[in-house]
Ligand binder design. Structure first.
Ligand code: CO
Length: 137
């Protein structure tokens, strides 16, 4: 067993409409808005919100064929994924692959806010879509 998980990087929440659904986090819970970003790779618009150490990502589809649009169709708004911060994403992918964990991304790709990310298949993670997340180097 290797120690690779540093902390929860963020929780990703699928929403139909960021501007309508941000109210709970920003105005009621008092999260501050870290920033908005479009991630064309995943056809989503993302807003990152933070309070203290806690980060939440609201994900709104920018196209009907976005994975988030498909998720919303099936399940509605709710927790979409949990993201763990790791030091070295390539090392983490190699480790999981060796352990026969099913990776959605077999190599890192670019996520919001200049992070390197890779998704692990929910089949291998107790049904929770899991994102690995590292600072780009
Ligand atoms: Co995420």
């Amino acid at each position: 067993m290797i120690k690779m998980i540093k902390k929860i990087a963020h929780i990703g929440i699928a929403v139909e409409n960021i501007e309508e659904q941000i109210v709970w986090y920003r105005d009621i819970l008092g999260f501050s808005v870290v920033g908005y970003e479009d991630v064309p790779d995943q056809k989503v618009r993302v807003v990152i919100l933070a309070v203290g150490e806690i980060h939440v990502e609201l994900l709104q589809p920018t196209s009907p064929d976005s994975p988030i649009a498909k998720y919303l169709e099936k399940k509605g708004s709710g927790i979409h994924h949990i993201a763990y911060e790791v030091d070295d994403i390539k090392e983490a992918i190699a480790y999981f692959t060796e352990k026969k964990i099913q990776m959605i991304d077999k190599s890192p790709r670019s996520g919001a806010h200049d992070k390197q990310i890779a998704f692990v298949h929910p089949k291998s993670t107790c049904g929770v879509l899991t994102e690995l997340c590292a600072h780009a180097r």
